[in-house]
Design a protein around this ligand. Structure first.
Ligand SMILES: [Zn+2]
Length: 236
C-alpha cells in the first residue's frame, strides 16, 4: 500500500503495532510469500493470539491523511470529478481510514483486495485475483494479485468515456495504468518514490507514457490541474 493519500503504509502500520518483529525480519520481496497472502496470514496470527477486529480498527484509525490530500478530495468533489481509489491494500483498511476522516462520501469507487470475515469470525483478506483464478498475465511491473492497468481500462470502459483521466500514483504497480493513459490525460507521479525513480532514470519507462507527466510532492499541484468532468483514479 502506498502513500498518495495517507501518511503511512496501512499494512506496515498494523504489522508494526501487533508484530514489529515480523516487519523487522521480512525477507526481500523476491524471497517471501505474495504480499496479500502475507497480510492475510499475519491478520490470522494477530487474531489467533487474542487481538480483536476492533483493536485492528483502532490502530488503523491512528493513520493520518496527508493534509493536502483532504483538500484535493474536496476540490475534486467541488469540480464534479469522479474519484476512483485503485489500491493494493484491502476494502477493510481503506473503509476504516476514509470513514475515520469523514471522506468516504467523496470517493465514487474503490477497487482493491477484498476483506471478509471467515467462519471463525476473523478478519481476512483475499487477493483481488485469486491464485486459483485465471491470472492477468500482464507483462508490466504489476503484482500477481491485481493489474491496476487492466482495472483502469475496465473502469473507463464501464463508466466512461471521460473527458480526461488524471492518475495519481507512486509505486511500481502504478506504472501499468500510466501506460493506459492517453495524450490528453494526466499522470501525477509522486517525487522520491519508486515510480518517479524509475521514470526519471530509465528512458524506456518514461518514453512509453503518452500522457502529460507531472512529478509532485504536494497535492496542491494536482488541485491546480483539476478541471471539470475529469476522472481521477488514485492510489491510497
Ligand atoms: Zn498490468
Amino acid at each position: 500500500m502506498n502513500r498518495s493519500l495517507i501518511e503511512a503504509d496501512s499494512d506496515a502500520t498494523v504489522f508494526q503495532h501487533f508484530c514489529p518483529e515480523k516487519l523487522d525480519t521480512l525477507p526481500p520481496s523476491s524471497q517471501r510469500m505474495q504480499w496479500t497472502d502475507l497480510v492475510d496470514q499475519t491478520l490470522c496470527e494477530i487474531q489467533d493470539r487474542g487481538n480483536s477486529i476492533d483493536e485492528i480498527e483502532k490502530v488503523l484509525q491512528t493513520i493520518q491523511m496527508v493534509p493536502s490530500a483532504i483538500e484535493l478530495l474536496k476540490s475534486l468533489r467541488a469540480n464534479n470529478t469522479r474519484v476512483l481509489i485503485l489500491s493494493d491494500a484491502n476494502t477493510f483498511f481503506i473503509d476504516v481510514i476514509l470513514r475515520n476522516h469523514g471522506l468516504h462520501d467523496l470517493i465514487a469507487d474503490i477497487i482493491t483486495n477484498p476483506a471478509y470475515t471467515d467462519d471463525k469470525g476473523r478478519l481476512r483478506v483475499n487477493r483481488r485475483i485469486l491464485a486459483t483464478d485465471p491470472q492477468h498475465n500482464c507483462p508490466n511491473t504489476c503484482g500477481v494479485n491485481i493489474c491496476k492497468g487492466q482495472e483502469l481500462d475496465r473502469y473507463t470502459t464501464t463508466h466512461g468515456p471521460f473527458r480526461r483521466v488524471m492518475y495519481v500514483g507512486d509505486g511500481m504497480n502504478d506504472f501499468c495504468p500510466g501506460l493506459r493513459l492517453k495524450h490528453n490525460d494526466h499522470y501525477f507521479v509522486r517525487n522520491g518514490k519508486a515510480l518517479a525513480k524509475a521514470m526519471l532514470t530509465k528512458p524506456d519507462f518514461a518514453n512509453r507514457v503518452s500522457a502529460q507527466v507531472t512529478y509532485w510532492k504536494d497535492h496542491s499541484v494536482i488541485v491546480d490541474s483539476v478541471s471539470k468532468q475529469a476522472a481521477v483514479p488514485s492510489s491510497l
